[in-house]
Design a protein around this ligand. Structure first.
Ligand code: GUN
Ligand code: FE
Length: 492
């Protein structure tokens, strides 16, 4: 059936009659771009497949396949905090702190106040493993059903609860990076690690635990550890030094952190690290800026910082919804791309108010338009700076760009031989129940033969309806490494 396949920052393919062969190990064996219905069996035969050798799934009109989304920045532990700013209970040893936080203050606080008032109390609840066991499965389900096949998850500072998160992801079959936050200062007394040593110890213990999880039948691990210093403000020099030394001994384990999200945060960071020439330089001085470092936000990165990031090969997780919610600002994604920085998208729940990557794509589109509207500079042909990001670019950021940021571009983000089949079966048919994509069935003959008549422009239209008006209801099936793990039609 119809397939959408991203190719580059400026191009994607819309293939109305594509045939993708997925091996039992979940990798793509081969792809034929254009096979008409009457020649299907011949095409399969040419690849040595006779009837009985394969299971054929043929899409209905209005359905198509595309690569799954890659969320390069999400705090799994903050999903319980989404859009809710009310009574929060924090259990701290035997004391119970009850914090009354004004109702409906959502959206007023900026980053540092928001962390202290809402986020840290929410995260502190994961000290209770019962709580983690109860909420993480629903959280991961929600993420999968919104079409995210790979997530870069931040958990809390708790080792045990983070192991539970890794177990849940592993069980559900999502591809992911999972890190426990390192934070040994500038955090409330009920939610801080007692020392740099203990922070490093539990990081190493989590890595061992995740690397010990069973592999997929192909021998590949789907859940990976990631080193997660929360941000420079919450880590002592000692902790960053130890994490940097440790990271050097495990060059293949990625690193994720926050950078240059909010003016006050930047000011405080530079005060805490007077020897650093910039925020990016803080991480660089501690050997934490490298090819597999994922930097969340980067709203205020300077030209020098962008250059340093490119030189080190690190990537940026652009989190547009969060950047609006916390009044952080608008990241200059076009400029990052022109510098050659790897960029992916992040929901940044619950700074971001929606775990859906589709919503994030729409916010990235809005951000780019606002940057373009405000721009007074000259636009240069063939560049991205100060321009609206178009559909091809947004699709790239949500798939291949994210894969590049995670250093998994050789495995995921698009369809090609030997890559993993991490995919979404999308429907824009009226029976999905999403009125926003309404219009597909209008005037069509319901008995018409699928795919014989469709042109790539039909498919591009379906895709755009989904991209800009779609939601979870349109995501019918979610596949990771060839296995069906979620979506509206999944009964798991
Ligand atoms: N900086 C440090 N921690 C956080 C967090 O949890 N969310 C966001 N958006 N920024 C941060
Ligand atoms: Fe974040």
């Amino acid at each position: 059936g119809p397939v959408i396949n991203p190719e580059s920052l400026t191009n994607f393919h819309a293939l109305p009659r594509c045939l993708i062969a997925v091996s039992p190990d979940g990798n793509i064996a081969w792809i034929e771009d254009d096979v008409i219905r009457s020649e299907l069996e011949a095409a399969l035969g040419q690849h040595g497949l006779l009837q009985g050798d394969y299971i054929l799934t043929e899409l209905k009109p209005g359905e198509f396949i595309m690569p799954g989304f890659i969320d390069t920045h999400i705090h799994a532990c903050q999903v319980p905090n989404l859009g809710v700013y009310a009574w929060l209970c924090v259990f701290d040893e035997l004391k119970i702190h009850l914090m009354l936080i004004c109702l409906f203050r959502g959206g007023e606080d900026q980053l540092l106040d928001w962390l202290n008032n809402y986020t840290f109390p929410t995260e502190a609840r994961f000290k209770d493993m019962g709580y983690a066991t109860r909420v993480y499965p629903d959280i991961v389900n929600r993420v999968i059903n919104s079409g995210t096949t790979t997530s870069c998850y931040y958990a809390t500072l708790h080792l045990e609860a983070t192991k539970i998160l890794a177990d849940v992801i592993h069980e559900k079959g999502q591809r992911a990076f999972v890190g426990k936050c390192n934070m040994d200062r500038n955090s409330p007394d009920y939610y801080v690690e007692p020392s740099a040593e203990e922070s490093l110890e539990s990081t190493e213990a989590l890595i061992d635990y995740i690397q010990g999880l069973p592999r997929t039948p192909s021998g590949e691990a789907l859940v990976h550890p990631i080193i997660t210093p929360r941000f420079a403000i919450s880590c002592t020099d000692k902790l960053l030094t130890e994490l940097g030394d440790f990271a050097e001994s495990v060059p293949d384990i990625p690193i994720q952190t926050h950078i240059s999200e909010n003016p006050k945060e930047i000011e405080e960071t530079l005060e805490l690290f007077p020897n650093a020439s910039s925020y990016a330089d803080v991480y660089d001085q501690f050997k934490l800026l490298r090819n597999n470092t994922i930097l969340g936000h980067g709203v205020y990165l300077t030209d020098d910082e962008l250059q340093l990031i490119v030189t080190r090969g690190a990537g940026v997780a652009h989190c547009p919804a969060s950047n609006f919610n916390l009044s952080s600002g608008m990241a200059k994604v076009g400029k990052m791309l022109d510098y050659g920085v790897k960029v992916g998208l992040g929901t940044d729940v619950s700074g971001g108010n929606n775990p859906s990557m589709l919503y994030t794509i729409q916010m990235a589109s809005t951000t780019s338009k606002m940057v373009a509207i405000q721009s007074t500079g000259e636009e240069e042909e063939g560049t991205f700076t100060n321009k609206r990001l178009d559909t091809a670019t947004l699709l790239y950021l949500a798939t291949l760009g994210g894969a590049d940021v995670c250093c998994l571009k050789h495995r995921i983000g698009s369809f090609s031989t030997e890559k993993a089949f991490d995919a979404l079966l999308v429907s824009v048919r009226d029976d999905t129940g999403n009125p926003a994509v309404w219009g597909y069935n209008q005037g069509r003959d319901p008995t018409e033969e699928p795919h014989s008549r469709y042109e790539d422009k039909d498919l591009k239209e379906w895709f755009q309806r989904f991209f800009y008006c779609g939601d979870d209801r349109n995501i019918r099936r979610v596949f990771v490494q060839g296995a069906l793990i979620g979506g509206q039609e999944f009964q798991g």
